[in-house]
Ligand binder design. Structure first.
Ligand SMILES: C[S@@+](CC[C@H](N)C(=O)[O-])C[C@H]1O[C@@H](n2cnc3c(N)ncnc32)[C@H](O)[C@@H]1O
Length: 425
């Protein structure tokens, strides 16, 4: 057994060594050095572009996977489990850094960095506590502790930069994220309500209630997350979510969308309905390559306003030729009284108004709702579908972590009798 363990360690080390050779080879051929972890990220630097080189990308994935397996093999398992159980500290500290505009304060300080007292001063927060928060992050390679309690940005921390002078960020807190890339907003959404919600995951599994998600338990509300963000007192949360969605859009490549479905096979004039489409960046990317496609973007009214702007900026020809239409819904939170009469143009929980769709596309919608709700959303689409209408669902799928070679056989369905080898029907 021991020798198997040692040889696995060596094999993992060899994978890492070979990957480093490959990366160094690509960089040496270009006569450029690798980006430094200590310096802020600069996307315009040619060294960053080389990271997209397919050889470098493949080698990077191998290093990350092998290094993680290597440390899991050699580290004390109790320490590994404990570290995993307390990883929430990193999320919480990251949110502090973003909300207190630490990255922007440190950008202005430059590579020499700044003492925690000065970093905490503009937000009037506790410098001792902030020093420990930044130290924890620096220990995880986010920020650099230059000398004790003096911190500077590094490659990882700098990607949170909202790109505005820190003075402006402190002067108008509500507008902090407006006009930014959306990355800081995305990170704040993850480390704020996403983290609070998932902390209730086990509770909702052990004591399930109909239509109750971890979000409802965490926020003590029966309505959906979107009902909650559309309350008048949560305007800031709603705007932050929308800015975050833009950030997520910029990060994601739309490549898979083009390859995953034969859009060009649809007859000219076919209607693609982007259900809960957000700003409609995915349907826009599809329309950019398939000019004959008519698009309908459906979402909540506030988001649809952004969507209209986004299309005007990025594909004005489709807007001018009326090949794109927008349908918004004014949301009335479930747990509120209807005080104004709203016209519900589209709500995916109710009847689908488009009856001639070639494709209904649901991207990143299914994961937001309980199974019961998803079934209802899908039923509304089926009721509005023609026999030829296609449903395209795009969401994250967690691949099996089983370390067996892919036999090519279908994975047995949940609920299929175990031990019969029954494949999915
Ligand atoms: C996770 S986002 C995904 C957005 C977009 N499909 C994308 O891929 O970026 C979920 C979207 O569902 C929208 N939404 C929530 N409730 C809705 C409803 N009842 N009817 C239509 N859209 C809704 C939200 O406003 C949000 O834009």
């Amino acid at each position: 057994m021991g020798s198997i363990g040692i040889s696995t360690l060596r094999r993992l080390a060899n994978i890492i060594n070979e990957a480093i050779d490959e990366i160094e080879g690509v960089y040496a051929a270009a006569d450029i050095s690798l980006p430094s972890l200590d310096a802020p990220f600069n996307p315009a630097n040619p060294t960053e572009a080389l990271l997209q080189n397919p050889i470098v990308e493949g080698a990077t994935l191998n290093i990350v996977a092998a290094a993680s397996q290597l440390s899991a093999m050699v580290a004390n398992p109790a320490v590994s489990a404990l570290n995993a159980s307390q990883a929430f500290h990193i999320s919480a500290c990251l949110r502090v850094a973003s909300e207190l505009n630490v990255v922007e304060v440190l950008r202005e300080a430059g590579p020499a960095g700044l003492h925690a007292k000065e970093i905490a001063a503009p937000s009037k927060t506790d410098p001792l506590l902030l020093a420990r928060i930044l130290r924890l992050l620096a220990t995880h390679n986010i920020f650099r502790e230059v000398t004790p309690n003096v911190f500077a940005n590094n490659r990882i921390s700098s990607v949170l930069d909202k790109g505005k002078p820190s003075k402006v960020l402190f002067e108008n807190r509500d507008e902090r994220l407006t006009g930014t890339s959306g990355f800081a907003a995305l990170l704040e959404c993850s480390t704020d309500y996403n983290m609070k919600c998932v902390s209730m995951l086990a509770d909702t599994m052990l004591d399930p209630k109909e239509n109750e998600l971890a979000f409802n338990r965490a926020y003590g509300t029966t309505g959906s997350f979107f009902d909650w963000t559309h309350r008048p007192e949560n305007v800031y949360q709603m705007q932050r979510f929308d800015i975050a969605m833009r950030g997520a859009a910029a990060l994601e490549s739309t490549d898979a969308i083009h390859k995953g479905f034969n859009w060009s096979g649809l007859p000219t004039g076919s209607v693609l309905v982007d259900v809960g489409g957000g700003i409609g960046h995915v349907s826009l990317a599809i329309a950019q390559k398939n000019h004959g496609l008519r698009v309908v973007v459906q979402d909540l009214e506030d988001t649809i306003k952004d969507s209209k702007m986004y299309w005007k900026e990025n594909l004005p020809s489709h807007v001018e030729s009326r090949m794109v239409d927008f349908q918004g819904i004014l949301l009335v939170p479930e747990d509120r009284q209807l005080t104004t009469i709203h016209i519900l143009v589209h709500d995916f929980h109710t009847t689908q108004p488009i009856l001639n769709a070639a494709v209904f596309m649901l991207r990143w919608i299914v994961h937001d709702w309980s199974d019961d709700r998803v079934v209802k959303i899908l039923r509304h689409l089926r009721d509005a579908a023609q026999p030829t209408t296609k449903l395209v669902v795009i969401d994250k799928i967690l691949e099996s972590a089983a370390r067996v070679p892919d036999s090519g056989e279908a994975i047995p369905r949940f609920g299929a009798p175990i031990g019969t080898g029954a494949a999915a029907a």
